[in-house]
Design a protein around this ligand. Structure first.
Ligand code: NAD
Length: 331
């Protein structure tokens, strides 16, 4: 059995190597994304693993994988919105994700960004760097006095709720499928609008799909409090970025932290000093009440190890049994 891991980044290499040694299975790594231009690399392999935020939209990719005798695409991520499930099904490709490599990794980032925003740390860092040691205008609210609104109370949302509760906040939430076990951590609201109206911090934790695309838009942003913050460590397209920029410019909300963007081709690249033609992101970069990170939610040692191990285990499971517990395509 020979496997190919597309787009393996530096920190994954030792984990892939360890998995390969433990399981006695060869895993070749490629630095490339899976695209129509790179799909031929998969020829001759028994299974493939991917890790990317660029959508695989060209049907040729799925057709060629099928032609090469490949039966699956296994992503080392939780989100699998980069895969066209219709094309995958047409070409008999089983899709797996890593459902819970470490919800704490992403939830902790949501908490960290919330505290940065509520304590005005970006503004104080900037003042201090300019030898401006004043406090004025930046008095903070304590997390215990705030209501945190969690949209999507699945694995990551529930973990974020638990962490915020641990800090003493009141936590409210909305989910299309409320989880009764979370009753002692958060108060479910009837609608997303109820959460947006009441929360001092709104943190998004839903998957990206047709029903959640641009779930935060100008109408929803209008409902938020003027001193509230929006945290998006889930998927960029959950938010209409133009509407968010307008809301920040008009002072409709107090600030935002984003770990995910509508386009993320630049992740994990050093483009300093180079032209960067992303007008939305450039606008956000200029705002000192906005925190931007290049999709680092998953980027912890625990999470990276689990992503590699669970994904490669799923590939083997499919090759040996024809399916996997981590299967996400409809079957
Ligand atoms: P999950 O499936 O455990 O939970 C998602 C929850 O969202 C579910 O409870 C579901 O019922 C709910 N939901 C679905 N549609 C909804 C809607 N319209 N309104 C309200 N709730 C809705 O997923 P998870 O593991 O918690 O991950 C959540 C998302 O976080 C992933 O899909 C992924 O996009 C993102 N993520 C980001 C990073 C990162 O590095 N920044 C890493 C992992 C995951």
């Amino acid at each position: 059995m020979r496997l190919l891991a597309y787009h393996a980044f530096e920190d994954e290499l030792p984990e892939i190597h360890k998995w390969s040694e433990t399981n006695g299975i060869e895993v070749v790594v490629s630095p490339n994304l899976l695209t129509a231009a790179t799909v031929d690399e998969a020829k001759g392999f028994d299974g493939i693993s991917i890790q990317q935020t660029e959508r695989i939209s060209d049907p040729v990719v799925y057709q060629k994988l099928h032609e090469f005798g490949i039966r699956q695409i296994s992503t080392r991520t939780a989100g699998f919105d980069v895969i066209d499930l219709v094309q995958a099904a047409k070409n008999h490709l089983i899709i797996t994700n890593v459902p819970a490599y470490s919800p704490y990794a992403i939830a902790e980032l949501a908490v960290a960004q919330t505290l940065q925003l509520t304590r005005h740390l970006p503004q104080f860092n900037k003042r201090f760097a300019n030898q401006d040691f004043r406090w004025n205008g930046l008095i903070s609210r304590e997390i215990r006095s705030l209501t945190i609104g969690i949209i999507g109370t699945g694995r990551i949302g529930a973990t974020a709720a638990e962490l915020f509760r641990g800090l003493g906040a009141r936590v409210i939430g909305f989910d299309v499928y409320p989880n009764p076990q979370l009753g002692n951590i958060l108060e479910y609201q009837e609608t997303i609008e109820d959460v947006l109206k009441e929360a001092d911090v709104v943190s998004l934790h839903t998957p990206l799909m047709a029903a959640t695309r641009h779930m935060i838009d100008k109408d929803n942003l209008k409902l938020m409090k003027k001193d509230a913050y929006l945290i998006n460590v889930a998927r960029g397209a959950l938010v209409n970025t133009d509407d968010l920029i307008a809301a920040l410019e008009n002072g409709q909300i107090a600030g935002a932290a984003l770990d995910a963007f509508e386009s993320e081709w630049f992740n994990n690249q050093d483009l300093s000093g180079k032209p960067f033609n992303e007008p939305q992101i450039t606008k956000l970069m200029a705002m000192d009440n906005v925190l931007l990170t290049p999709h680092i939610g998953f980027y912890t040692k625990t999470a990276v190890k689990n992503m590699v191990d669970v994904c490669l285990d799923s590939v083997v499971e499919i090759l040996q049994t024809g399916t996997s517990v981590n299967r996400v395509d409809h079957h």
